[in-house]
Design a protein around this ligand. Sequence first.
Ligand code: CFM
Length: 548
Amino acid sequence: MGTNTHFPDPSVVREELIQKYPAKVAKKRSKSIIINDPQIIPEVQANVRTVPGIITQRGCSYAGCKGVVLGPTRDIVNIVHGPIGCSFYAWMTRRNQTRTESLMDANYIPYCFSTDMQEENVVFGGEKKLKQAIQEAYDLFHPKSIAIFSTCPVGLIGDDVHAASKEMREKFGDCNVFGFSCEGYRGVSQSAGHHIANNGVFKHMVGRDNTPSEGKFKLNLLGEYNIGGDAFEIERIFEKAGLTLISSFSGNSTVKQLENAHTADLNVIQCHRSINYMGDMMETKYGIPWMKVSFVGAESSAKSLRKIAEYFGDEELKARVEAVIAEEMPKVKAIIDEILPRTTGKTAMLFVGGSRAHHYQDLFTELGMTTVAAGYEFAHRDDYEGRDVLPNIKIDADSKNIEELKVLPDPELYNPRKTDAELEALKEKGLEINGYSGMMQQMTKKSLVVDDLSHYESEKLIEFYKPDIFCAGIKEKYVVQKMGVPLKQLHSYDYGGPYTGFEGAVNFYKDIDRMVNNPVWKLIKAPWQKTEATNGKNKGLEASYVTQ
Ligand code: CFM
């Protein structure tokens, strides 16, 4: 853990960031803008309401439930109960890919199902229209499952999506219909939607199919949504290593996989934020432990594979994992050796979601680049500071809004995969069982950690640090690029990917090399830079261009 010396004093930057705000807002924002110290890990204010008027990067609860967690399962018909705009927003924009086994297999991802709520439905109620929509979907597709997602007006007018779902489920008999109260306003961000989705998938899907699964080393991959084909690369590696993937939550998944997931012997969690609830609930009900892994970065992939092999404790598996790493790494090394001299010493900023701002720091480290500032849009304190702080997190009114399921060991299916003594022995070997140490432990001393970064703050940070690359999403992309800084979308990957595993690491190195070493950025002057054309008087907000 080195100390940044060639960067601006973070306390000055922090002061600057908050000084423009009115006193009350400044007080609130100052708790979310933290100078990191990996040794003592300071407290970060997170998962609280955004101050009205601040331009946030966040999305809504419906986005987290429908778009994020349920969206990637290909054979559920996901019906959005609401105005058409909410559906359009969630239609194919996340780049979650899927691959059917045969052309005859169901895949509803390319479709957009909505009740297209109109004023009349808002005034007189929309349940009738919802039931018609469910019937129509059933008649057309005969799917195994239909899920209903509530948007804001549904909660405001009081449509009961659960009663409507139950009525239709009982009517059909062969189609599992269930609803989600994931109205956009349910929480402070999409994080609330993740929790609501976890509860629904756990209640209505996991454990429905008790067919014994085959395979010696069976695991579920939680919190991997197959953006840009990420899950395909992890599946390739698992297969090569002799690991059997029972279910993925939920990239490239099917209803059958999710319903049978409780037959696996280990849950590995990639995105802790969106699915940690599922890991905990499956452990309590079925006795399956979970482990945090990350397949973002070649080194992290190797480390995660070794952790999985250690968990199963089989010598043959360990040897096979080592063979896979030995076979994959030289290809990665050949590329990184060529790129490293061009990327070493450059700086990055990452402001993304609830897990990638952490995971992608590994890839930048492999590129010899330093992350000078990072933060999540909607993560909680445990994603920053580690799960040890969980007992100290204040439960506010917004969190109380979301149901905490009371889960008990299943009288028939509970089967602890490891004894307490075995788990202890694994922990002693350094395996973090049911744990996650968060982002800040990995970041350098005096780097800046900012939760729920505002638009104004992002401009200020760029002005101060002039990073070589800024990682965020489409809402930020062009504003940042107009400042002369390339922006890598870490949500959609800018049409690229996969970035996981060994092949993904190579893709990422090449893409970042192309971006940070592209001379075009030097031709753009940032808004605060004086231009010759206006005789030094231009201090406006528009980027200006130098033609030669
Ligand atoms: Fe998890 Fe995600 Fe993320 Fe997320 Fe998301 Fe996403 Fe994300 Mo966009 S589940 S928290 S709600 S890793 S859609 S695949 S990229 S913000 S960092």
